[in-house]
Ligand binder design. Structure first.
Ligand SMILES: [Zn+2]
Ligand SMILES: [Zn+2]
Length: 222
């Protein structure tokens, strides 16, 4: 099978920066890039240099899909943020939003994968996670939106998400967060960011999950 042209281009771009990664090979339903990811990353003034044996999997039937990633050096235990497909890189909507800001392999590595690895390295070094840790399932989703919107109330969060699902945002209505301000002067900007970065059917699915309470739900990167 021939490697799609855009994947070859994207691989050429990543190997300049991460020369430990081998060219994509075809393994069953995926294009697989594996090798040593050697990186330096900095967050809040703390720089960490580390390396991990990783595998990046791109679905052959849907190569524009956000890739999956696995750590194959046996360093990250399975009970640390994993999903059925590999590493759990975060709340799915947020991962998609980050990926869409730079939807290439390099963007995926820099914006989605390395923050996860940085977080794990940080935990090994200092004993706790710097980015905080979201619970899996509905609780994690709710926590994510509580943090994003800066409010605790589940009902108000659902109202804000509801605005993202239905038609166009009307900036003149009162923001459902309780601030008494107009939407456009309050959560409107955040909601616009969500709408442009996350497919509506995902926001809808997340809305339903939060709305339906604590049914267990396993996250997987998409
Ligand atoms: Zn997780
Ligand atoms: Zn508001």
């Amino acid at each position: 099978m021939n490697l799609p042209f855009f994947l070859r281009d994207q691989y050429n771009e990543i190997k300049e920066i991460y020369p430990g990664l081998y060219p994509p090979i075809n393994i069953s339903d995926f294009w697989v890039i594996s090798g040593l990811l050697d990186f330096t990353a900095k967050y809040q003034g703390i720089s960490i240099k580390d390396k991990y044996q990783i595998e990046i999997l791109i679905p052959i039937t849907n190569p524009l899909h956000i890739p999956f990633a696995r750590e194959i050096g046996g360093r990250i235990p399975m009970d640390f943020h994993h999903s059925t497909e590999g590493l759990c890189l975060g709340e799915p909507g947020r991962v998609i939003q980050k990926f869409n800001e730079e939807p290439t392999l390099l963007g995926f590595i820099n914006n989605c994968l390395i923050p996860y690895l940085y977080n794990f390295s940080y935990k090994e070094k200092f004993g706790y996670l710097i980015f905080g840790e979201l619970s899996h399932g509905t609780t994690g989703l709710l926590e994510y939106y509580q943090e994003l919107f800066g409010i605790k109330d589940r009902k108000r969060i659902l109202q804000l998400l509801g605005l993202c699902i239905n038609s166009h945002l009307n900036g003149q209505i009162r923001c459902p967060c309780g601030s008494k301000k107009k939407l456009r002067k309050c959560h409107g900007i955040l909601l616009n960011g969500l709408i442009s970065g996350v497919p509506r059917e995902i926001i809808k699915a997340e809305y339903d999950l939060i709305n339906n309470g604590n049914k267990s739900h396993k996250f997987s990167p998409r």
